[in-house]
Ligand binder design. Structure first.
Ligand SMILES: Nc1ncnc2c1ncn2[C@@H]1O[C@H](COP(=O)(O)OP(=O)(O)OP(=O)(O)O)[C@@H](O)[C@H]1O
Length: 341
């Protein structure tokens, strides 16, 4: 049985149309013109146990709205959702017991308590019995290396430590599904690595199902086996990462800094985008040549002082690949949210 079944869900919001200028503002106050917009417009997908799925799309695509409906915070205007066979609308409490949620930008830890006290409070809220809690906590402490800051007040934790704390908090009640919203945002390379390692380990050892929204291409490449790509409230692609990632990010850039000027900087498999002094920007297609091959070729003929590979922006790539006609978009500009309907 699928862990998550989403069948043709729609979410409509009421918004007030805004008009420019003082006259427009007064008119808007006296005679607000309301209209419905679709934040999610007929989304369907199924997720099987143990999958790690990247749920990605540009800003305003409908990712948060979908996650809020899956967790029961919002109700769909139409369509149906099952999480572990349960409808979040009908029994939110039961669904919450099956889910762990981590928002990179917010914390569910208690700012004024020490980390260990925060966990104890969450244990009581989730009604985890003490022996199960001790066992789970021992694993989480070891894998996430929480020991050194268990007694630190949450407000004094670094962002990376707090994220590790938040992941542990989300796993305290041994959920079957973990929702991660930008789990590595703002973290340094080492902290990102620790977070990704933990997710992989929980998935491998406990069969944890993970849904991940992220703007970080490395998160997607290193964690996800499948991508569901949304744009303008609709699923535009759903498939294995191997086939989709190349389509989304066909082009990369290599920035090379030379030690001294050179006349022949061309390469047959890469385009020179621009040159500023000793710095050259090459653009190349992953399918045609790998970064390592290009670097090896160039360093044979050029005196390279420094270089870096630039990944394309995942958001721009999605927008570019899945350009929708405005009438299909279902999104109205210059509107102000009023209410979910
Ligand atoms: N409370 C609300 N009232 C009105 N419209 C809303 C509301 N919440 C979201 N929307 C609209 O619904 C659409 C989907 O928004 P949503 O926040 O789900 O997108 P997202 O993909 O999560 O974007 P981001 O990456 O910026 O978080 C957007 O057009 C947004 O403006």
């Amino acid at each position: 049985m699928a862990v998550i079944e989403v069948d043709n869900i729609v979410k409509e919001y009421m918004v007030v149309k805004k008009e420019g200028g003082l006259r427009g503002a007064v008119k808007g106050l006296l005679f607000p013109e309301r209209r419905k917009v679709r934040g999610v417009d007929g989304i369907s997908f199924k997720i099987e146990p143990g999958e790690i799925v990247g749920y990605i799309g540009p800003n305003g695509a409908g990712k948060s709205t979908t996650i809020k409906m899956l967790t029961g915070i919002l109700h769909p205007t139409s369509g149906s959702i099952r999480v572990c066979g349960i409808s979040p609308q009908e029994d939110r409490k039961a669904v919450v017991g099956k889910l762990g949620v981590v928002f990179g930008q917010r914390t569910q830890l208690y700012w004024d308590l020490r980390l260990a006290e925060s966990f104890e409070l969450l244990r009581r809220i989730y009604q985890v019995d003490e022996s199960t809690y001790r066992e789970t906590m021992a694993t989480l402490e070891r894998v996430l290396k929480l020991g050194e800051f268990m007694d630190t007040p949450v407000r004094q934790l670094s962002l990376g430590q707090r994220m590790r704390g938040d992941l542990a908090a989300a796993m305290l009640h041994s959920p079957s599904v973990l929702f991660l919203d930008e789990p590595t945002i703002g973290l340094d390379a080492e902290a990102k690595h620790a977070i990704r390692d933990f997710i992989k380990q929980m998935n491998r050892e406990r069969g944890l199902t993970v849904i991940l929204t992220t703007h970080d291409l490395d998160d997607v490449e290193q964690l996800c086996s499948r991508l569901v790509i949304v744009n303008h409230g609709k699923v535009v692609e759903d498939g294995p990462i191997g086939t989709l990632i190349g389509k989304l990010t066909p082009k990369r850039q290599l920035v090379v800094e030379l030690e001294r000027p050179c006349a022949d900087i061309a390469h047959p498999a890469a385009e020179v985008l621009k040159q500023e002094g000793l710095k050259i920007w090459y653009q190349f297609e992953k399918q045609r040549i790998t970064a390592a091959e290009l670097i090896a070729d160039l360093s044979r003929k050029l005196p390279i002082q420094d270089l870096s590979v630039k990944e394309p922006d995942i958001e721009d790539a999605i927008r570019e690949v899945y350009k929708a006609k405005p009438e299909e978009a279902g999104v109205v500009e210059a509107t102000e949210p009023v209410a979910a309907v």
